[in-house]
Design a protein around this ligand. Sequence first.
Ligand SMILES: O=C(O)CCC(=O)C(=O)O
Length: 273
Amino acid sequence: MAAHPARNVTADEIATFERDGAVALKGVYQPEWIDLLRDGVDVAMATSDRYSRRIQGEGEPVFFTDYIAWKRVEQIKRFALEGPAAELGAQIMRSSKANFLFDGVFVKEPGTTKPSTWHQDQPYYCVQGQQIVVLWAPLDPCPASVSLQCVKGSHTWGKSFRPIKFKDGSDFGRDAADGYIDPPDVEREYADRIVAWDLEPGDVIAFHGMTMHGAPGNPGPHRRRATNTTWVGDDGIYIQRPGVMEPDFPDCGLKPGDPIDSAYFPRVFEARV
Ligand SMILES: O=C(O)CCC(=O)C(=O)O
């Protein structure tokens, strides 16, 4: 059985998540899990797989991103399968179970200017449903000026924005004819709805799979390491999207319409009946 979070999510936090599509959960991961994730990030950066990338601008300090690192990094695997995230995800989604979809690693070394592009996560990959939550966890003290930012209420817009690559702005072959529209200029059009928090290690931003989010560069003198885990609840199904899905799971064995609930996407938390 996986570990419990340091505390339960409150009814107010669930209400905020459902209304705004994002909520900061303070003090939910115990320090030993943060230490484990920091070790895992070191291993992820020292090794590589098909989604490990250094996407900083020319001559800049490293901006490292990675997906599905849990397949090669024991520490991230242990966190995902034995740590407190699954139960936290189920609580915030009000789901009877939480299946682990994948992890992400985002390291911005001091002096990185490249932002993490504004985007929604779900249009990148193979899942559809309302009960999809991303748990983003800083591993360093993280003031709002360099932290993840979310656009309040964007998960209810009913729009799928064309996913694009952080590195060069290229896309994945989904366009208007497929129902994917160009993302708005968030800072100009939705400045009054952008929300960000001052965070410490142990805090988590829980955001909905359709919430628009991004992050500025890290111009200051401190590292900004973060990992996320994505969780799928009762209503999440596998779908195929036009073009390239990222990350993709070619060997997952699921067909469109199948529940995301198999050994490949393990059910890490299940409520007791
Ligand atoms: O940490 C970042 O800079 C970006 C994170 C992100 O886009 C995500 O968690 O989906």
